[in-house]
Design a protein around this ligand. Structure first.
Ligand SMILES: [Mn+2]
Length: 282
């Protein structure tokens, strides 16, 4: 029963709940393996509430998000501490809703593995994934856990292969994981390269079927509340500007750890979500 797997929430931008079916907004409030700041389970609702303080009209796209064919479908009831059970629940919900387009509010980065696995097995056999992330998340295991946020790219790579993945904004890694990432053949551009040449963002995002935005890709001065903040990050507007030229079918916003609607991180995430809903409604 779908109603047992979903909890209603204050809808993002006061969009209708459980109604429209083109762009599905789903919260996945799962945090289990986070190793520094915790609390991403509270972020989907903080971001939704923050959206109530913003205009529904996008100045950048000259469209009102309330006119998008989009609905908020609330939050998936996750199983704290149990990734496989949470993945099962995500599969059950996505099987029943069968979204054409999806905006996921996380939650830790591990949920991207669950949604991508579902997409590959149920929707498209081939996707091009652009991961915006300060970290390479390419550990084989992290603290004995293969379902850790620090292993999410490694697990996705095992499904997608190297040629369909690009990491943007990378700027920290263990020496070993960086060597393994380079040996894997996965393409990546550091935050430093992107700062010198912003067109990298646009040319990669243009190709993306799936965009996963780990909020630590942004500089901590813009996003103080993310699980593993890292200095020298990207400017959010530069990323949004490039996103406007993209046509993905699925976007997730993950590793946000704010719990209140007035937090700068929640307000930024709500603004990015508004642009993403309109982008997904193409
Ligand atoms: Mn990260």
């Amino acid at each position: 029963m779908l109603s047992e797997l979903l909890i209603p929430a204050y809808p993002m931008f006061q969009l209708p709940l459980f109604k429209r079916k083109k762009v599905i907004i789903l919260g996945i409030p799962y945090d289990s393996s986070q190793t520094f700041a915790v609390g991403s389970r509270f972020a989907p609702d903080a971001v939704r509430l923050a959206s109530w303080g913003l205009e529904e009209f996008s100045f950048l796209q000259r469209k009102d998000v309330r006119n998008a064919d989009a609905s908020d479908w609330g939050n998936i009831v996750t199983s704290p501490g149990d990734f496989k059970e949470t993945q099962k629940r995500i599969n059950q919900v996505l099987n029943q809703i069968d979204p054409k387009r999806l905006l996921v509010l996380g939650g830790e980065h591990t949920i991207t593995l669950a949604t991508i696995s579902w997409l590959i097995h149920n929707k498209r056999r081939k996707i091009y994934l652009v991961l915006l992330d300060a970290h390479n998340d390419f550990e084989q295991h992290y603290l004995g856990n293969k379902w850790s946020h620090a292993c999410v790219l490694r697990r996705i790579f095992e499904i997608l292969g190297p040629e369909n993945i690009c990491v943007l904004g990378l700027r920290t890694s263990s020496e070993k994981a960086l060597k393994e990432l380079e040996e894997s053949g996965i393409k990546y551009y550091t935050a430093f390269e992107i700062k010198d040449n912003e067109s990298i963002l646009q040319s990669e995002l243009k190709k993306a079927d799936v965009v996963s935005i780990d909020f630590d890709v942004f500089d901590p001065s813009f996003v103080p509340e993310t699980s593993c903040p890292e200095p020298f990050g990207l400017d959010p507007f530069v990323v949004v500007k490039a996103l406007l030229k993209s046509r993905p079918i699925y976007i997730d916003l993950v590793e946000i750890t704010c719990s209140v609607a007035t937090s700068p991180t929640a307000i930024l995430a709500a603004g990015i979500a508004r642009e993403c809903i309109l982008i997904l409604d193409h």
